[in-house]
Design a protein. Sequence first.
Length: 246
Amino acid sequence: MKIPSSTSPFVNSVFRCVFVSLTFLVMGDASHAQNQHDFGSWFSINTQGSLSSDLNSESRLRWWFDGHLRYLTNSGGFHQSIVRPGIGYKLNEQTSLWIGYGWFNELSTNQQPIFDENRVWPQLIRTKSLGRFNYMSRTRFEQRFRNNSDNTGLRLRQFCKLSLPLDCENRWSWVVWDEMFFDLNETDWGQNGSFSQNRVFTGIGCNLSGLNKPRLEVGYLNQFIRKPGDDDPVNHVLSANWFWTF
């Protein structure tokens, strides 16, 4: 694909990244043409910072908080809200260990009553540079408890993210990530002891001016959910994510 030479390097980079992203997503979604498709929007706030009382130093102990609101058409609007605090320890500049709690309030897409789910989630995060790319991986192990069952669900989530700076100041970047979900046991409320879900995102990130290193990432998220015996749902989501580092 040839880009006109009169355009700036920044525009060229954005154009190529968008073209690659859309090609990848369209090809992937074609294999789910017979599935149940839904549309929605997800919003998140993601923050973390140092637990040190000295503002001029950075403790290895860290705190974490993320909150989410998710909407899907087949749920009549609201689908899920999430509150997820945690604490962590920074082993080095590239590696950190975390543990936390998550509260999930969800309305099923088949209009079943709203239910609550509580989770405990230890996780390992690693970051590094791969040439011009910034890479992050997150391995999270969830223990899931629902208010309508005594069964505990065990689930492994593997998240991998790449971001590519698009300008010399690293303010704009192309972002792509994928997260796979593996149920490790069966429960009476729906876990099947196998691969259960995949989420893939592509979009644009922007480092904003201001305190606490604000960053916004906006793009398209494709969520594939495996449901043995039924048509597998595929959700097409406009995803907006705000990041703060304290």
